[in-house]
Write a protein that binds this ligand. Structure first.
Ligand code: PNS
Length: 165
């Protein structure tokens, strides 16, 4: 496992500007970055995984993120199994608040016990500190403008393509 290869896992339902901020900064820190859409059984999904993948790919391309970024999805078991398969030694997560610390810490500890993999937490740019996918889902469902919170491809999609989902 290499500490130069990292995975940024998440539901990305939908990707937000906060996610893009973490992806951009993680891409600058590691030689190879896997941005991984993982099904979270605790959450009611809005977008199909395939849609989240294409929105992530478009958003990452449009943001001009430097470095080697691979976008994929994983539903075959533990996250650490994917990390092991691609030789990643690090998971990267964004931490916005104490709530995120409480949610992420047990997962980081379990993942380290499972596979000796480290989790690195990045603090958000303050501009994105309060943005979450669940708020974006709520605003979008009620017909509000989500463009201040999401990358342009996601805003375009939610404004047109997502109606009827
Ligand atoms: O964006 P989210 O929903 O907060 O992401 C959470 C996610 C999908 C990264 C987390 O639920 C996860 O790692 N799921 C993979 C399943 C797994 O490996 N679980 C055991 C160790 S925590």
């Amino acid at each position: 496992m290499s500490s130069r290869i990292a995975v940024v896992p998440g539901s990305f339902d939908p990707p937000t500007l906060g996610h893009l901020d973490v992806i951009r900064r993680a891409a600058a820190l590691y030689d190879e970055l896997h941005v991984l859409v993982v099904h979270n059984p605790d959450k009611q999904a809005m977008l199909p995984v395939a849609q989240r993948l294409s929105l992530l790919e478009e958003s990452i391309a449009e943001a001009g993120v430097a470095g080697q970024v691979i976008v994929g999805s994983w539903s075959m078991g533990l996250l650490v199994d994917y990390a092991r398969d691609v030789g990643a030694g690090v998971l990267v997560k964004g931490i916005r608040s104490q709530v995120d610390v409480a949610y992420e810490s047990p997962m980081a500890i379990v993942n380290r016990h499972l596979a000796d993999i480290e989790t690195v937490f990045l603090l958000p740019d303050p501009a994105h500190a309060l943005v979450s996918s669940s708020l974006v889902r709520q605003v979008a469902a009620l017909g509000g403008d989500v463009s201040p919170f999401v990358p342009a491809p996601v805003a375009r999609f939610l404004d047109t393509g997502a109606r009827g989902l």
